[in-house]
Design a protein. Structure first.
Lengths: 104, 104
DNA sequence: GCAAGACATAAGCATAGACTTATGTGATGC
DNA sequence: GCATCACATAAGTCTATGCTTATGTCTTGC
């Protein structure tokens, strides 16, 4: 279950912040730590989780590792969402009416 | 951070299954337990988490409580996704469909 | 009223996972 | 070669949370 890894990765507040930072622009691990009170190993571990979930990908540049948002992860969420189009708001009213009619 | 509750709620495999079951059709808590080896309190607790996250809503019917997918929760995820449009690969068909449906 | 059913809440336990410090690995520069 | 930097991995600790049993609350049917 791939989606589960994605949700688990984004469920942690610290990782969520890291992901948002990367979404604003790709960065290496040290740069990501700036402004956050987090140890270097913790950052490394969080990035590994995000990477394994497919939300982030790395790119070695000498002794730096540049991290960036991986579109594939976002695509998976989007694809997952399409499974529930029946429940999307634009159709909610029609659905509500339908359900109400069916109940009686 | 509302999204965090949503991701946290879906990160648990058991809750994910419950959500999928409800997406296939609204049910009461007892019906949800069928086919799952899970205690009644555990189910009740999971449903509370899903409800607090806005993913599921309840509807009292006598001594039964009918649970159903709350479109608001899915709408929040969809809205969250739009923040990352810049990263969406144009080639992904699922995304195209999603965008088209959401923009109208 | 009272028993039984459907669900929620309480309290305690046990594991997952987020953190730490310490150490390892690979690249760069002198 | 060797010191240093950027990052990964290891190992241990502590807290969050998912589970259990026990009990409470509300509703229905007799």
């Amino acid at each position: 279950m791939i989606e589960n890894d994605i949700f688990k990765a984004l469920a942690d507040p610290t990782r969520y912040v890291i992901f948002e930072k990367l979404a604003a622009g790709s960065m290496n691990a040290s740069a990501l730590r700036e402004g956050m009170t987090i140890s270097q190993p913790a950052m490394s571990q969080h990035l590994a989780v995000l990477r394994n979930a497919g939300l982030v990908r790395e790119q070695r540049q000498g002794r730096f590792v540049n991290y960036e948002v991986d579109p594939d992860g976002l695509a998976l969420i989007a694809h997952w969402l399409t499974k529930y189009r029946a429940y999307w708001p634009s159709r909610v009213d029609a659905l509500k009416t339908l359900l109400k009619d069916m109940d009686q």
